[in-house]
Design a protein around this ligand. Structure first.
Ligand code: SER
Length: 320
């Protein structure tokens, strides 16, 4: 039976991935860890949870030894907008954290899932149908840590044989745990605002196209990649994966199918707009499709329907 460590387990991806892994592999076999954010009760009560600092090698090694962990989903990371506010913190969490996990994985022979992001691309990358292998010269601290992380994971595989795997996640949309300070957060906020207030002020301009994905597909991508036959993987780390390429007005139009009175206006945040402008409009994820059968289930319409239903249940607001 697998023994899995999840770092960043109280975060946007981690909170849902932990519960999905617990259902799949058994509650006791998934060791969830976080830093400061308190996880919700379900996560806390359904299996082991520890507060740790994933940049401290002895702490991480201790957990690996204690539970005989064989696989690590390393999700602890500072997102793009916060990373621009606190670049030193972002370097430490994103780089030292990853280095620590890879070192421990080398020593204790663990498999590692370490996600990269659309943030690993930059203004000189082809922004339409962004190829799997292309120019990566990001100009944000977040992007720099993500490119360096991709290279480091490749290095640990080639040099030490550590089974590292990863995807470049697009903006992730979910109704359970909010993202913590990213550039794509508007795509979550807009749904809460639509159901709650029937209006939203967007910090990105109309026409800002970015890749997005609904959380169930993001979880599926992580688990399917970790279960893929390694002989088929020509790339191991940093697979482009996407489900849709959307701009704020596309989500607005989709929401209006359920809530015709919903309105949007725009107050641009120059920091996040500049970051978004340097990221792909639409990635080409052919390599992931060919090498491990990647295929998303949700498109904009099915995701919007599910988000609106779930949020109205959560907020106890009737949409009729
Ligand atoms: N969603 C992330 C961010 O906006 C991108 O990986 O920072």
């Amino acid at each position: 039976m697998k023994k899995i460590l999840v770092t960043g387990a109280a975060g946007q991806i981690g909170s849902e991935l932990t519960m999905t892994l617990r259902k799949k592999y058994g509650n006791e076999n998934i060791i969830a860890t976080g830093h400061k954010t308190k996880p919700d009760e379900t996560l806390l009560e359904s299996g082991p949870f520890h507060f740790i600092d994933c940049t401290e090698i002895h702490t991480v090694a201790e957990i690996i030894k204690r539970y005989k962990v064989d696989t690590i989903y390393h999700l602890a990371s500072v997102l793009s907008a916060v990373a621009e506010e606190k670049p030193q913190l972002a370097w430490n969490v994103n780089m030292t954290g990853l280095y620590t996990v890879l070192e421990v994985a080398r020593e204790y022979e663990c498999h590692v899932f370490a996600p990269s992001s659309i943030g690993a691309f930059g203004p000189t990358t082809p922004l339409n149908n962004t190829p799997q292998d292309t120019t990566q010269r990001p100009n944000t601290m977040y992007g720099i840590t993500k490119v360096a992380g991709e290279l480091l994971c490749d290095y640990y595989f080639k040099r030490f044989g550590v089974d590292t795997r990863g995807v470049r996640y697009p903006g992730l949309i979910s109704y359970k745990t909010p993202p913590g300070g990213g550039t794509t957060d508007y795509a979550v906020e807009i749904y809460y605002a639509a159901v709650g207030q029937r209006k939203y002020t967007c910090y990105l301009k109309e026409g800002t196209y970015l890749d997005m994905m609904y959380m169930p597909d993001a979880l599926k991508a992580a688990i399917e990649l970790m279960e893929a036959n390694p002989a088929r993987l020509k790339h191991r780390n940093a697979f482009n994966v996407t489900a849709m390429s959307v701009a704020p007005e596309d989500i607005t139009a989709e929401i209006r199918k359920t809530l015709p009175e919903f309105t949007i206006d725009y107050e641009i945040d120059p920091l996040r707009q500049a970051i978004a402008d340097s990221w792909p409009n639409k990635m080409d994820d052919t390599a992931a499709r060919e090498e491990w059968g990647w295929k998303p289930e949700y498109e904009l319409d099915s995701m919007t329907k599910d988000m609106m239903e779930k949020i109205s249940q959560r907020l106890k607001i009737n949409m009729d």
